[in-house]
Write a protein that binds this ligand. Structure first.
Ligand SMILES: Cc1cc2nc3c(=O)[nH]c(=O)nc-3n(C[C@H](O)[C@H](O)[C@H](O)COP(=O)(O)OP(=O)(O)OC[C@H]3O[C@@H](n4cnc5c(N)ncnc54)[C@H](O)[C@@H]3O)c2cc1C
Length: 291
């Protein structure tokens, strides 16, 4: 099928794009890599009279690796994130989840900002954002605001963004010291959206005690999930005493709206989700212990 007719806008700057969005309101939609939006338009699941292509906007495809934070511009494509050696050392989870996103041709076009704005609960980048407490910068012609990832996702494919706002960039914290990170996901075939998946980060202090922990789940609920109840369970405890199976079970038991669809029932997803958390946690821990 073909999309319904639309007017194509190709602004050269963020200000120009924001002016177009402010003028057109709900009739306009931002177009980034097009890997989610174009199929929806083609299948007529969505119809917009105006598309505002931000692909040529100067200064949005940035990757700034600083000493304490990394800021990824909205239109930075997945394949760049996958290959950037400096980023891989600074925020390993971003690099490690990327090969799970579709296939290379999709990752050459798809953007980090698009993935987060699209808010698919099975998306990998949204889960990394909530797990690491990333900060999302939004701009409109009216104002600029920064939103914590945990407050950004409001439901299935929905966020706090207003129609006249553009997601400009996302800032991730760098972790220092003895850290380990891992992703595990279960999908029918490589490149498919996950039925359930988990990302984990752990850092160790004196006596191999857990100093910091971050676990995110995707594919299990209507939004990506940051498993906060784990913090009380593991922080300060010797790493070897934290049983991965118990951690997986605890994580899955805290999710109240587990998705049930043709890819899997809620009880299946809960079990797979628990297993993914437990495996990601165990792998992250091993990496931290041997760091
Ligand atoms: C076959 C296939 C398999 C895939 N598998 C996976 C997978 O396993 N995991 C995964 O996470 N994704 C997967 N995807 C989706 C892919 O990663 C998309 O690239 C991503 O979801 C959207 O990024 P995009 O840049 O293509 O955004 P677009 O498709 O251009 O836009 C998506 C939505 O976000 C909005 N948007 C985009 N950028 C901005 C911005 N800067 N500010 C405001 N709004 C914005 C658009 O208006 C639109 O509503 C798959 C896609 C395909 C086609």
């Amino acid at each position: 099928m073909k999309p319904a007719a639309f007017t194509y806008h190709a602004p050269a700057s963020v200000d120009e794009a924001l002016d177009v969005l402010a003028e057109l309101g709900d009739d306009a939609k931002v177009l980034a890599g097009g890997q989610s939006l174009v199929p929806m338009l083609s299948m007529r699941l969505a119809v917009f009279a105006h598309l505002v292509d931000i692909g040529r906007v100067a200064g949005l495809s940035t990757l700034d690796v600083g000493g304490r934070h990394v800021t990824v511009g909205a239109t930075t494509v997945d394949s760049r994130i996958e290959r950037d050696a400096e980023l891989s050392g600074a925020v390993p989870l971003l690099t490690r989840v990327t090969p799970y996103i579709g296939h290379l041709a999709i990752r050459n076009r798809g953007t980090l900002g698009g993935s987060i704005a699209h808010a698919d609960p099975a998306g990998e980048y949204p889960a990394v954002a909530v797990a690491l407490d990333a900060e999302i910068r939004l701009r409109s012609a009216r104002a600029e605001r920064r939103v914590g990832a945990s407050d950004f996702f409001t439901g299935l494919w929905s966020t706090v963004m207003e129609p006249d706002e553009i997601l400009v960039d996302v800032t991730f914290p760098r972790w220092d010291g003895r850290c380990g990170f891992a992703v595990r996901e279960h999908a029918r075939r490589h490149g498919d959206f996950a039925i359930a998946g988990a990302v984990a980060g752990v850092s160790l202090g004196e006596g191999d005690r857990v100093e910091r922990a971050a676990v995110g789940m995707f594919g299990v609920s209507s939004t990506p999930v940051r498993v906060r109840q784990l913090d009380a369970e593991v922080i300060g405890r010797p790493a070897r005493e934290c049983d991965p199976e118990q951690i997986g079970a605890l994580a899955a038991s805290g999710i109240h709206d587990v998705v049930s669809d043709m890819s899997g029932s809620a009880s299946y997803r809960r079990r797979v989700g628990a297993a993914m958390v437990s495996r990601a946690w165990a792998a992250a821990l091993e990496e931290a212990i041997s760091a």
